[in-house]
Ligand binder design. Structure first.
Ligand code: HEC
Ligand code: HEC
Ligand code: HEC
Ligand code: HEC
Length: 218
């Protein structure tokens, strides 16, 4: 009997409380939590299948400016350009060839231009075996000194094959040595490593990205 008397009061109070809560939620009194930062996708540059360099052969295929390769636009066909050395027997590269920065090997052993270029016909390359190669066939030149690496390349263990495995769909293209190595300074430039698997914790990823940026961590 006693309880029954209080039921309408309790129900009314509850109704008032719920209506109040509904109003509070509706008017967003506490505000929403800040939206999660968008999870960054993998840097597109890391998915790019292009090689680090474009070779002479690539420039021919793309019909681009080949004036750097027009040796006899500047040189005299009748006499090979003289090689000049400083007092330490280091080759002096003339300012006209400032893009040619020699650093082939750690001992400066392969800095003589005519180890590779043919002094009697600058538009060709000449490996030690005396063959004359077109500039676009430079991989054969590299192979004449780097036999084991060339064999690895030929069998697909060194370098990269772009294109198709199924050659009915399109060509499988072996990238040339000079697509990755600068013939004059062939040491491969370091690359930023790709990020690890995503943890779905944005703050975590930001920390790791910062870590990867900072040169002191390796
Ligand atoms: C824009 C003009 C120009 C072009 C194009 C050019 N050269 Fe030269 N090159 C020069 C000049 C100038 C020198 C210095 C000549 C001298 O000292 O008598 C030189 C010097 C050289 C030397 C001697 C380098 C040294 O350290 O002493 C070589 C080798 C050479 N050139 C090769 C080539 C080859 C190979 C090509 C084509 C792929 C080429 N050059 C295209 C202007 C050019
Ligand atoms: C005339 C012989 C000769 C030719 C041709 C030649 N190399 Fe080399 N290469 C060498 C020598 C010698 C070294 C240095 C080995 C050492 O320092 O221990 C070397 C070192 C290298 C290295 C190691 C990186 C470095 O700087 O130590 C790479 C990569 C390389 N060559 C790539 C090439 C490519 C690509 C070509 C073709 C464009 C080529 N080489 C053509 C003789 C040659
Ligand atoms: C290890 C072999 C090698 C040596 C040594 C070498 N070159 Fe080259 N050089 C090449 C190859 C291969 C190419 C064509 C690269 C390509 O396809 O991109 C080339 C391209 C060039 C070009 C045209 C493209 C450019 O970068 O301007 C010039 C000019 C040139 N070399 C000058 C020289 C001179 C000068 C020297 C000596 C100081 C020299 N090279 C030493 C292999 C060599
Ligand atoms: C797809 C790119 C690519 C191509 C194509 C390529 N290389 Fe390399 N090469 C590399 C990389 C990356 C390294 C390792 C560099 C490092 O460890 O710092 C390397 C290392 C080398 C070295 C150093 C010694 C060694 O074996 O560790 C030589 C020499 C060399 N390459 C020669 C060649 C020759 C010759 C060719 C062509 C027949 C060629 N490369 C084609 C990317 C390439």
């Amino acid at each position: 009997m006693h309880a029954n008397n209080r039921t309408p009061l309790v129900l009314t109070l509850l109704a008032v409380v719920f209506v109040g809560l509904a109003a509070a939620f509706y008017s967003d009194s506490w505000g929403y939590p800040p939206p999660r930062a968008a999870i960054p996708l993998v840097d597109k540059a890391l998915l790019d299948t292009a090689t680090v360099r474009r070779s002479y052969a690539d420039l021919i295929r793309a019909k681009e400016d080949l004036s750097d390769f027009d040796c006899y636009g500047c040189h005299d066909k009748k006499q090979p350009p003289p090689l000049r050395y400083d007092e330490n027997q280091k080759l002096i590269v003339p300012p006209e060839h400032s893009d040619v920065v020699m650093g082939h090997g750690s001992h400066g052993r392969n800095n003589n231009c005519f180890n590779c270029h043919n002094e009697n016909n600058l538009t060709t390359l000449q490996p030690r075996d005396g063959r004359e190669l077109k500039l676009e066939n430079s991989t054969q030149l590299c192979g004449s000194c780097h036999g084991p690496t060339y064999r690895d390349w030929d069998s697909g263990a060194h370098g990269r094959t772009n294109g198709y495995w199924n050659t009915k769909l399109g060509p499988a293209l072996k990238k040339d040595c000079v697509n990755c190595h600068n013939p004059h300074s062939p040491r491969f430039p370091g690359r930023k490593p790709a990020p690890g698997p995503h943890t779905l914790h944005p703050s975590d990823t930001a920390d790791r990205a910062a870590e990867a940026e900072s040169p002191s961590t390796h």
